[in-house]
Design a protein around this ligand. Sequence first.
Ligand code: BTN
Length: 269
Amino acid sequence: MDKHSVEKYLSLNASAKLGGVHIFAELDSTNSEAIRFIEAGANGTHLFIAEKQTAGRGRRGRTWKSPAGGGLYMSLLHAFPDQSQGEMELQALSLVTALAVFQSVSRFGAGPIQLKWPNDIVSDRQKLAGILLEMKAAQSHSWIVFGIGINYSLSEEQKAAIDRPVIDMRSLTTELPAREQLAALVCSQLLENIEQFSEQGFAPFQSDWNNNDRFLGAEIVIEDGARRIEGRSSGVDDHGALLVQTASGQHCIQGGEVFPSLREAAEVS
Ligand code: BTN
């Protein structure tokens, strides 16, 4: 990965906002590197990319397999001025991040792709990308690490080693973009979305989400810790919470994982 190519493809707005692009041949995790950067007294907005991760992290304590060349592994570090980013905002920001990935990947003609609440990009049942946001308070700021993993070009063997159905950019595009271009576009779009979210909240993103939601109107199962809810998805509200119609009425879900059936929920539990 070439740092100057990433910088070349950034939007003008992103170039002006980014304090630095940091590229590594190998890291434990780009999220961990961003957190170390905060602990060392970080300043400004920074992008971290690794060719390979030895301890990539996924949501819900999972690992994110990160072989060299197989994926794009990046974390954007951005500070919010006070400590106002509560759990609810973090949840909405992770949807905003998924939308940034969806919008960028779509611009390369990758398809068909859709969103899976709260923050996956999928093609039918196969996962293309995942997002892990982590928050840390330091120097009277709320620092958020926007960790993004996009499957780029995985061998059949690498796909088989992942415990869920996955798909990569190579299979979804006729012309595979360079990883530098993909990283720059995702970063530029994400910075734009963060700015809009900071000014207007989640409301401007609601219809974009619902128009591209893989499970809108479908019968789903949501698992959130020990809680399991079955019902029909009505999409997200203007705060990014998932609305589910059940036999006992409407539930407003703030966090958890969506499954298309009880059987599939049981398989991964
Ligand atoms: C998920 O779907 O479970 C989230 C996966 C997030 C993976 C990315 S890869 C770059 C960044 N560094 C990490 O350790 N994790 C995120």
